[in-house]
Ligand binder design. Structure first.
Ligand code: PLP
Length: 358
């Protein structure tokens, strides 16, 4: 066995909601720990899956996800050959790590950020070099990251907006960074939450790919599209790189149900727009609440918010017993909560205020 595997501890997935409820004897539990869409999934997805032709079950799916590929290519205005699909964005992160990293290589990331980048680097025996985010804003500290690039650096992971800080950086800030990154180093821009950016109109880094062939933009259907259970993610990259990923990935990674589901979700932009609007309104209320209560938080452009609380673990336990599960363990004294609907938000803010005044 590879040495580096022996040192890994396996990913602890979200415990199923029903199991947590049973364990704690709760009647209602709202999971705000996984950044799922609290408004569910477009009903058009349900219809598309019901309408799917069951008699195709004995046939292999379309390994190219052609219909979905064409629809996304058209929506994003990119050539279809530049798209690579994965069983969730997780699979793309795994593929890129597997293809590029050898024992002794380095990856560069922010801390805190999405844990999968480091996990897959470790699996490949690469070293994880972490640069703390800007302590004021929670943004990727691009200037500091530049100083850490060396001969061994193969991948730079930029989550934007960053999970868990929620902080967002505009394309022109990334341009200045990309200009200084050697062209043989890949820059992976994870836009899992890009739809939730409201501060800036042209939020995505997609237009930068022309100028910087070493940049990759990654997206998922798990968040705003409400398809976390179906497992669809994709990345946009230069053609040559896309060919490598296509050669390495499993040929039938996306089954047909998932392909029709994602296509229906993509077509229902009304559901997407309404999810974004409701989330942004609630996000505003959360920021006002934290400011009013002198609780440190980062300005968020995602569907979650990251805040600092001296007794974070105690608070999280208290909220869990009151039916709200937040994400802990990402940074000492910090909690991340997924922004939910108005009723949940109101109740949760009251619980936090009560806990604070106890
Ligand atoms: C949720 C998430 C992903 C993974 O999404 P899947 O498509 O469900 O695998 C990737 N990156 C970030 C930053 C995420 O928060």
């Amino acid at each position: 066995m590879k040495d580096q595997i022996k040192q890994l501890s396996s990913y602890v997935p979200e415990e199923p909601l029903a199991a947590v409820k049973k364990r704690l004897g709760l009647e209602r539990l709202v999971r705000l720990s996984a950044n799922e869409n609290p408004f569910g999934t477009s009903q058009q997805v349900k219809q598309a899956i019901i309408n799917w032709n069951f008699s195709e079950t004995n046939r292999y799916p379309d390994g190219n996800a052609t219909a979905l590929r064409m629809a996304i290519a058209q929506k994003l205005q990119v050539p279809p050959e530049k798209l690579v699909f994965g069983v969730g964005l997780d699979e793309i992160i795994e593929l890129i790590s597997r293809i590029f990293l050898e024992v002794g290589d380095e990856i560069l990331q922010t801390t805190p950020t999405f844990s999968e980048y480091a996990l897959h680097a470790q699996i490949e025996g690469a070293k994880v070099v972490s640069v703390p985010c800007d302590p004021q804003t929670g943004k990727n500290d691009l200037a500091q990251m530049l100083t850490k690039i060396n001969q061994k650096t193969k991948l730079i992971w930029l989550c934007n907006p960053n999970n868990p800080t929620g902080a967002y950086q505009k394309p022109f800030e990334l341009v200045e960074f990309l200009k200084q990154v050697p062209s043989e180093v890949l820059v992976l821009i994870d836009e899992a939450y890009i739809h939730y950016v409201t501060d800036f109109e042209q939020a995505s880094a997609l237009p930068l790919l022309e100028q910087f062939p070493n940049a990759v933009v990654m997206r998922t259907f798990s968040k705003v599209y409400g398809l976390a259970n179906l497992r669809v993610g994709f990345a946009v990259m230069n053609q040559k790189l896309a060919n490598y990923l296509q050669a390495v990935r499993l040929p039938y990674n996306l089954n047909s149900l998932v392909q029709v589901g994602a296509l229906a979700a993509l077509r229902d932009q009304e559901f997407v727009a309404s999810s974004i609007k409701k989330t942004a309104q609630e996000r505003d209320k959360w920021e006002k609440f934290f400011a009013a209560n002198r609780i440190k938080y980062f300005h968020s452009q995602a569907n979650f918010i990251f805040f600092k609380f001296p007794q974070a673990v105690k608070l999280a336990d208290n909220l869990l017993h009151n039916g709200f599960q937040l994400r802990r363990g990402l940074a000492k004294d910090w909690l991340r909560l997924t922004i939910s609907d108005q009723a949940d938000g109101q109740q949760l803010r009251q619980l936090i205020a009560d806990f604070k005044s106890d």
